[in-house]
Write a protein that binds this ligand. Structure first.
Ligand code: HEC
Ligand code: HEC
Ligand code: HEC
Ligand code: HEC
Ligand code: HEC
Length: 374
């Protein structure tokens, strides 16, 4: 009798254990799944990452999960980035994280593993038309259209050319600062991995000579998507840019006098809270009722709609808790707001190879040309 009860107990314990393990496995699996979801990143890290979450939702990548770029596929990376995420979660809880969160993100998975899951650099993009429509801050919100054609190029290794040539081949560079804005050396390898052309920045030559001769070998980076496309989804635009976009899309009526000037005045420089930004936006109604009393009555609905849209723009530009504004993060995919392409172009000089002695091309036509407009 005793023996049988013991036996039953054992079976009970064993099956309970097995069920427990199954639940544990499901639990861990679901936890990992959940941690990979956008909701997790957006909600749990809400306070810290709300600027990134907000701009991401308004971007072309809003259907791509955070993990698809920040973790990538494959368990090895998943485990490593989850582990390296733990200190971040702790600092989130205790509020000791940096504000703003610093970039470049050191442990972001190499872009060639993540971006290339969806984008094929070998596909040739050719020339891409870019139309920049801007509006002045005058009474008529006068429109100005400026277009250029970008030589994006691309293509398989060997035949690739133009801007995406830089990822078709093996281009290495040495960043001299943490933000990767100062570039001391560039080396181009052929398909056999032999250095064929080297460039240096003459202004940094003496610093390069006096540093550890192994520095290039140890610190060089293979040029990838993120060396240009830093703001591919967390696109922090200024109120001015967002108002222009709202005009283009018809969400703000550009016939409302001075609406751009008033909108920019309310939101730039950034307000110290969203509530303050909204109060300033609401005050635009008073501007119309005093300066344009007739229009205030006849265009009441358009004014109301513009105010609602400006509140949305306030939400996309006001991140005081994290000290983030449209000026915080560097966009390397151009050269107007930060040096971008001009970190190398116009600065570097070839010291070996076929280009020897030449300054890296910075003629405007090498990257974009004009469309004839009538
Ligand atoms: C399409 C790819 C992509 C997606 C999707 C994405 N990110 Fe990013 N993220 C980036 C890139 C690229 C950077 C900039 C890296 C750098 O400059 O080193 C970045 C940077 C960041 C930073 C550092 C601060 C900053 O603004 O540069 C945070 C925080 C961040 N992402 C959080 C998130 C969260 C949360 C999500 C999901 C809601 C998300 N990311 C989705 C690509 C992505
Ligand atoms: C899971 C798929 C996916 C991943 C991963 C991804 N993208 Fe994209 N990307 C897209 C899609 C889809 C679009 C087009 C969105 C649209 O036009 O609405 C896009 C658009 C773009 C555009 C054009 C944006 C514009 O203004 O029209 C660029 C540039 C880009 N991606 C670069 C990147 C880079 C760099 C990375 C890696 C950090 C990356 N993408 C990761 C799916 C992805
Ligand atoms: C030397 C800088 C540079 C590098 C490196 C680079 N790009 Fe681009 N890319 C550009 C520029 C400039 C444009 C055109 C303007 C824009 O969209 O910002 C562009 C456009 C694009 C576009 C939109 C045009 C199209 O073909 O539909 C995609 C997608 C894209 N890049 C993906 C990538 C991916 C993925 C990588 C990495 C494998 C990469 N780029 C590396 C500079 C670069
Ligand atoms: C890290 C340095 C570096 C940065 C940053 C950089 N380039 Fe370059 N770029 C080079 C080098 C080096 C070459 C090759 C010159 C040669 O032929 O020897 C090159 C070549 C080019 C070419 C000519 C490709 C061909 O068909 O031969 C274009 C176009 C170009 N870059 C555009 C850009 C644009 C646009 C940006 C910014 C979005 C940019 N580059 C940023 C270093 C850089
Ligand atoms: C190394 C490549 C390169 C060179 C050289 C270059 N540009 Fe650009 N330029 C770009 C890229 C990339 C953009 C971003 C295009 C975009 O996203 O629409 C750009 C954008 C611009 C814009 C539009 C900015 C805006 O936001 O409206 C102007 C204006 C401009 N370039 C003028 C010039 C002039 C003038 C020269 C010659 C002195 C020049 N560029 C040389 C790559 C280059």
């Amino acid at each position: 009798m005793e023996h049988r009860r013991l036996h039953e107990k054992m079976i009970f314990l064993m099956s309970a254990g097995a069920i427990g393990i199954i639940f544990l496995v499901i639990g861990v699996y679901q936890a990992v799944e959940f941690m990979d979801s956008t909701a997790f990143c957006g909600r749990l890290c809400h306070q810290v990452m709300y600027p990134e979450y907000t701009t991401y939702q308004a971007s072309p990548h809003s259907r791509v999960t955070c993990a698809e770029c920040h973790v990538g596929r494959g368990s090895d990376y998943m485990v490593r980035s989850k582990l390296s995420g733990i200190p971040l979660i702790f600092t989130t809880l205790f509020g000791t994280y940096d504000r703003p969160i610093p970039t470049p993100v050191a442990n972001l998975r190499p872009a060639r593993d993540t971006c290339e899951q969806c984008h094929r650099p070998g596909r040739f993009s050719g020339d891409l038309v870019r139309v920049h429509t801007t509006y002045q801050m005058d009474e008529k919100n006068t429109k100005k259209v400026d277009s250029r054609i970008l030589r994006v190029g691309g293509g398989e290794a060997g035949t690739t050319h133009d801007i995406h040539w830089l990822i078709g081949g093996n281009v290495w560079y040495l960043p001299m600062d943490e933000k990767r804005q100062e570039i001391g050396w560039v080396g181009i390898e052929n398909s056999q991995g032999e250095l064929i052309t080297e460039y240096i920045d003459p202004d940094k030559a003496s610093e390069l000579i006096h540093t550890d001769p192994k520095r290039i070998e140890n610190e060089k980076r293979l040029m990838d998507c993120l060396d240009c496309h830093t703001r591919v989804t967390h696109i922090f635009q200024s109120p001015e840019e967002l108002i222009d976009m709202a005009f283009i899309q018809g969400r703000i009526d550009d016939s409302l006098p001075f609406i751009k000037r008033e909108g920019v005045k309310a939101l730039d420089p950034p307000n110290s809270s969203l509530a303050e930004a909204i109060v300033k936006v609401e005050a635009i109604k008073a501007f119309y009722s005093i300066s344009y009393p007739e229009l205030y009555v006849s265009e009441g609905r358009a004014i109301e709609q513009a105010i609602e849209e400006l509140k949305e723009i306030a939400r996309l530009t006001t991140f005081p808790d994290m000290n983030v504004s449209w000026k915080t993060y560097i966009d390397n995919a151009g050269h107007q707001k930060s040096p971008g392409c001009f970190r190398c172009h116009s600065k570097l000089v070839a010291i070996t190879g076929p280009q020897k002695g030449r300054v890296l091309d910075a003629s405007c036509d090498s990257c974009h040309y004009r469309v004839e407009t009538q």
